[in-house]
Design a protein around this ligand. Structure first.
Ligand code: SF4
Length: 449
């Protein structure tokens, strides 16, 4: 009988990507196949995130829910990976001795080895080291379904924003070699991929030699140019980026690389210079706006999404109004926005925080409402336009329809034949709904002479 692996993923796209890699690594080494049911699994992994409040408690709660499965299957392996694992390390096994593996984002490629050692020694294995680039070298080739794929290009972060655990859990920025990235993308194209999303905590901090052994260092704009040249790649996305790493060369890339989408996630966090300084973001609101101005000079229809933290320690009403002003000045198309919650071990966790929670929640609701209005206005402005979409599959709510994504990452549902799946096609947008668009296929008439 085929042995199975159940993975529960929390948090960001990096974690989603890492979970796929865990499945790939263990599929390759142990022949494990994915299951949605923990009770059917031979290996259960929790890929954790420490960004949300009480993340640690949530992990122990989830572990408690699968603990009894070991009674029926004594060979069951239970593992904890991701950022909480990195932060807590062996403390997880001390509190939950039935956990077999604790591994970090940088050691997930060692899972087969950790499982073997666990079986041979009978002792839990903990490996939360940062072996830098080694992870990229030990990954089996990505398996892809459909025409889109994520490609990890760098790991970690060296920015040390005062509220964030990433530099402590994922380590400093490490860029993957250019050749490896391009080879992976070319392989993906061979498997039918047409759209890639370059992935990393700070993708635009990517720097690497322009060829193996060269002293010439290429930047992220150079990488985009190279990916743009890969035959078969028709659309390039990337996430997440940092305003401090936005260079003139990157602005120029938007002017000259048509396959780079007109959509960018550029976290700002706050519109108050005082709060930005306390967060150690390394830019002012004016500098952020200057970056956006230059981007839109190169790509006028650029759709921007962002991250916001509301109620950072010491945020006053005036600070918050500055954030609202920045939102009005820039015009966003969506956000990941949260009320601040302290992450243990970060500098901001020691700051006095005397804004009542209900005030913070009211600010967040106001911010989200404003950005929803802005996003809705963008959607409305698309009605009547013809959009090029990549058809990803059947619509979620109506299997008789298809769904695809526009350049600016909106889902369009439309009636059409299944043969269009994984193809780029043109659709005319007929209406805008709160979370999607509706459209109809544009039939291009052959023009006879
Ligand atoms: S840039 Fe700041 S918020 Fe983003 S991962 Fe790095 S430390 Fe965290």
């Amino acid at each position: 009988m085929t042995r199975k692996i159940y993975i529960k993923t929390f948090g960001c796209q990096m974690n989603e990507y890492d979970s796929d890699k865990m499945a790939d690594v263990l599929g390759d080494a142990e022949g494990l196949e994915k299951t949605d049911r923990p009770e059917d699994a031979d290996v259960i992994l929790f890929n954790t995130c420490s960004v949300r409040e009480k993340a640690q408690e949530k992990v122990f709660h989830d572990l408690g829910r699968v603990k009894h499965l070991k009674r029926d299957n004594p060979n069951l392996i239970i593992g904890v990976g991701g950022c909480v694992a990195s932060q807590e390390g062996a403390a997880i096994v001390e509190r939950a001795p039935y956990v077999d593996l604790v591994f970090g984002p940088q050691t997930l490629h060692r899972l087969p080895d950790l499982i073997s050692k666990r079986r041979a020694s009978g002792r839990p294995q903990v490996d939360i080291s940062f072996p830098e680039i080694e992870k990229f070298d030990h990954m089996p080739p990505a398996r892809v379904e459909g025409a889109t794929a994520f490609v990890s290009i760098m790991e970690g972060c060296s920015k040390y924003c005062t509220f964030c655990v990433v530099p402590y859990t994922r380590g400093e920025e490490v860029s993957r070699p250019l050749d490896d990235i391009l080879t992976e993308i070319a392989t993906l194209v061979g498997q039918g991929v047409k759209e890639v999303t370059l992935l990393g905590q700070n993708v635009n901090a990517w720097r690497a030699p322009i060829s193996r052994g060269s002293d010439d260092i290429g930047d992220f704009a150079f990488l985009l140019e190279c990916v743009h040249e890969v035959p078969g790649i028709e659309r390039i996305r990337y996430t997440t980026s940092h305003p401090r790493e936005m260079t003139q060369r990157l602005f120029d890339a938007y002017a000259k690389l048509p396959r780079l989408v007109s959509q960018l996630h550029l976290p700002v966090q706050s519109g108050s210079d005082r709060v930005l300084a306390a967060m150690k973001r390394g830019y002012t609101a004016l500098e952020y706006k200057a970056v956006v101005r230059k981007l839109r000079a190169a790509r006028p229809d650029l759709s921007l999404t962002s991250d916001f933290i509301v109620g950072f320690p010491g945020e006053t009403e005036d600070d918050f109004e500055k954030t609202m002003k920045l939102i009005d000045d820039v015009g966003f198309d969506g956000s990941f926005s949260f009320v601040y919650s302290a992450r243990p071990g970060t500098p901001a966790a020691d700051l006095a925080d005397d804004t009542p929670q209900d005030v913070k929640l009211a600010r967040l609701a106001r911010l989200q409402k404003r950005i929803d209005e802005q996003a809705q206005a963008v959607s409305q402005s698309m009605v009547g336009s013809v959009q090029r979409i990549l058809v990803e599959g059947h619509a979620r709510k109506d299997a008789a329809e298809l769904a695809g994504r526009t350049d600016n990452n909106r889902v369009v549902n439309f009636p059409g034949p299944a043969r269009l799946i994984n193809q780029f096609i043109d659709v005319r947008i007929t209406s805008a709904l709160p979370h999607s668009l509706r459209g109809e296929v544009v039939i291009r008439e052959a023009v006879s002479a």
